[in-house]
Design a protein around this ligand. Structure first.
Ligand code: SF4
Length: 363
């Protein structure tokens, strides 16, 4: 990813599209803090009217610190998670007592306030004080899982650490405040769970978009016992015929036919996997040409993502089958006479609608 170009495109988009939110006028630390606490577990649209009422009643930290708990809870009514209201009251009193009523401006001091965790401290430090601190929420993790095409599951510590590393490496020194907000805003409005890639300002830098795996990034949290597998398969076309092989009797789906391929190993690209698998399974040195599609299917506890390629092989290919009982080149019009497992059937359906195969698959 071209990090400078990505950062600039993101900031340009934010400058033109940022939501008009009341705490973004002047970025008063008290306002930013309250907005972040209210937005925990609550949709932004719902936060705005609560925020406005709150600021009318408690215009500054001293006003809040002087309130009684009952009044605070009454004003919080409907936002839920009432421990947040109790914590902001405690924190306001601490700010008055220990910081003379001025909201602390260092990450460590912010983190010491009741109700402020790692994410909220980073958000306040960067948004209120423009400090270069990351704040990694689910939106930011989703954006970077897609931007860098990370095969990591949503909500995991591993994805969080990787997202933090990427935020630090792409954050511009002079605009941490805008950068963090832009990332979160992009995740909330464009790179949503159902992404709007056509409207995305950073689409040219998005590896998942390029690889057509947007819907698989991040990986869903694995249910207990669920195993995710990424596979590659290649349709080798030679003189108008395609190569298929028959699975062994001791294999999954014994006796069914398939296009050769296999499971991606750590650090391999799909193309590298395909070349290796073809060599191991058939002794052929193939060239992956174009990606046909990505097929997803499930069986028992396995959730499979299968990258499918069109391949060629120089010379006159003579396969030797090591992972199959037999194999052959067949005319595409004859493929319907063979039984394939569901993933390969999906691939066949896709090929039937793909203009590149139109001449090959005419029955
Ligand atoms: S191109 Fe799509 S998946 Fe990639 S960052 Fe943009 S919205 Fe997200």
């Amino acid at each position: 990813m071209d990090t400078n170009a990505f950062t600039q495109a993101l900031l340009d988009w934010f400058d033109a599209n940022r939501r008009d939110l009341p705490w973004r006028k002047g970025y008063d630390p008290y306002h930013v803090w309250m907005s972040e606490i209210m937005a925990q577990q609550t949709q932004m649209d719902r936060v705005v009217p609560y925020f406005r009422r709150w600021m009318e009643r408690f215009p500054d930290i001293r006003a809040l610190a002087g309130a009684d708990e009952e009044t605070v809870l009454k004003l919080w009514e409907g936002l839920g998670y009432y421990s947040r209201a109790k914590n902001v009251l405690k924190a306001a009193r601490l700010v008055v007592e220990n910081h003379d009523g001025r909201f602390p401006d260092s990450l460590d001091a912010i983190r010491e306030l009741p109700g402020v965790g790692e994410y909220t401290a980073g958000a306040i430090a960067s948004i209120a004080f423009n400090l270069p601190e990351p704040c990694i929420d689910a939106n930011v993790m989703r954006v970077f899982a897609r931007m860098d095409d990370l095969s990591l599951a949503a909500g995991t510590g591993e994805l969080k650490r990787e997202a933090e590393r990427l935020v630090r490496s792409t954050m511009p020194e002079d605009r941490p405040r805008d950068f963090n907000q832009a990332l979160m805003e992009l995740g909330a409005l464009v790179c949503r769970k159902k992404p709007l890639c056509d409207l995305c300002p950073v689409q040219p830098y998005c590896a998942a978009h390029e690889a057509n795996v947007v819907w698989d990034r991040p990986l869903p949290k694995a249910k207990k016992g669920t195993v995710r597998i990424e596979m590659v398969t290649g349709v080798l076309v030679h003189e108008g015929r395609v190569l298929i092989q028959k699975r062994r009797p001791d294999d999954v789906w014994p006796g069914l036919w398939e296009f050769p391929g296999g499971v991606m190993e750590e650090g391999e690209s799909p193309e590298e996997t395909l070349v290796r698998e073809y060599r191991e399974e058939t002794e052929l040195s193939i060239c992956p040409e174009e990606k046909i599609t990505v097929v997803r299917y499930a069986y028992t506890r396995f959730r499979v993502t299968m990258h499918c390629y069109l391949c060629s092989c120089p010379g006159d290919p003579a396969p030797v089958f090591h992972e199959a009982t037999e194999g052959c080149f067949v005319a595409p019009s004859a493929l319907s006479e063979y039984a394939f497992p569901s993933g390969h059937r999906k691939l066949l359906q896709c090929m039937e609608q793909d203009i590149r195969f139109a001449t090959l698959l005419i029955r």
